[in-house]
Ligand binder design. Structure first.
Ligand code: HEC
Ligand code: HEC
Length: 319
């Protein structure tokens, strides 16, 4: 056993045991994910060997992106003040917390959005330009190399995408998601941290304590979270922050879809990448911008109901 593996096992084992106990006690009456299956959870930053200074720097960039690359960033001023970690929780290590477990093993990979093979730098720059409404960084920069080093360290020993990586697909509703209902969910369960106006809250040092959910400092309309299935799956398993994980959610599926519809009906930066979706038939059912290969409206592609859209696709493929 490599010494680094020994320490990982040593630290992780008690956590796994604790976790197994906590799973059994989760019975809040909501449908929850199957908690008996093994889901990947990443090592924590304290386990990055001191000698791996690039991976350590990569972790800093992901957890404190704004400090380095934000509006007053130390290295460059190229992003909106959010951190990668706002959406890839705890450095991208949390099951169903939009984690990075699959990244090192699965890239370069084909993605329908670009219609080509994407490398890790390309995918990181995607999030910089969309989720952080910013500018890409050079593939050969120290910063990009550090992010890759971190992904490599995190993905050590992983051969294929582990269960629990990325964002969970939660079941479709039979109806369209409802921004009015979502507004009530927001007021009851989100506003105390993200603010009545959704603009989040900054600390004295100017960095966010609670990131914004809409407005000029939020993710733009080309970002993954602007698709309501991504938003709903993310918040269902992770919000309110610090109180839930996938095995003990507070939101019902309906609340998750409705609050997603509400937040994504608020104003935010608009950005169009003309090169996206060269094959329009590959657009996800909830991609909210036409043209589409089917006859459904932009409204239905934004809010649902999604089942008729996905059924129509299946029928077409069956023929
Ligand atoms: C506003 C939220 C948000 C922020 C901030 C954000 N991302 Fe993402 N990121 C996403 C979403 C959504 C996805 C797609 C997840 C899915 O569809 O399963 C994603 C996917 C990724 C992936 C691909 C994961 C995979 O397994 O294919 C990488 C790599 C990534 N992000 C890196 C970054 C980096 C690095 C930063 C900071 C520079 C960042 N992201 C900031 C929301 C965000
Ligand atoms: C207890 C405070 C708290 C509550 C309540 C809360 N959040 Fe969050 N939320 C956070 C924090 C803190 C982060 C960033 C986490 C990090 O960086 O580690 C976050 C991140 C997010 C993100 C990704 C980043 C962004 O700004 O786009 C979304 C989306 C989100 N929350 C939505 C919600 C929704 C919807 C609710 C209500 C169902 C909610 N949150 C309730 C504290 C909270």
């Amino acid at each position: 056993m490599k010494p680094s593996h020994f320490y990982k096992t040593f630290f992780v084992l008690p956590i796994v045991v604790l976790f197994m106990y906590s799973c059994n006690s989760s019975s809040n009456g909501y449908a929850v994910a199957d908690t008996t299956e093994h889901l990947w959870r990443g090592w924590n930053m304290y386990q990055i060997p001191e000698s791996d200074s690039m991976a350590r720097y990569g972790y800093q960039l992901i957890s404190k992106t704004s400090y380095y690359l934000g509006p007053n960033g130390k290295i460059a001023h190229i992003s909106n003040g959010m951190n990668c970690q706002n959406c890839h929780l705890s450095g991208g290590t949390v099951p169903w917390g939009n984690n990075y477990g699959a990244v090192y093993a699965t890239y370069p990979k084909f993605r329908a959005r670009s219609g080509g093979l994407e490398t890790i730098p390309k995918r990181v720059n995607d999030c910089l330009q969309r989720s952080l409404n910013g500018e890409p960084i050079d593939s050969n920069s120290k910063e990009m190399k550090a992010v890759i080093a971190y992904m490599k360290w995190l993905g050590d020993g992983i051969k294929k995408a582990p269960k629990g990586s990325g964002i969970m697909d939660i079941p479709y509703l039979d109806r369209a998601a409802d921004p009015q209902q979502g507004k009530i969910v927001f007021a009851n369960k989100c506003q105390r941290c993200h603010g009545e106006d959704g603009q989040g809250k900054k600390k004295d040092d100017g960095l966010y304590e609670y990131p914004p959910l809409w407005g000029e400092h939020s993710y733009n309309t080309a970002a993954g979270l602007y698709r309501i299935s991504r938003f709903a799956g993310y918040v269902k398993n992770n919000m309110p922050f610090g109180e839930v994980e996938y095995h003990n959610p507070q939101l019902t599926n309906e609340e998750a879809w409705d609050v997603a519809a509400f937040v994504n009906s608020q104003p935010r930066p608009s950005k169009i990448f003309k090169e996206d979706w060269p094959d329009i038939s590959k657009k996800p059912v909830d991609h909210p911008f036409g043209p589409f290969a089917d006859g459904f409206t932009e409204e239905q592609h934004k809010y649902g109901p999604f089942k008729p859209i996905s059924d129509a696709r299946k029928n077409k493929q069956g023929k």
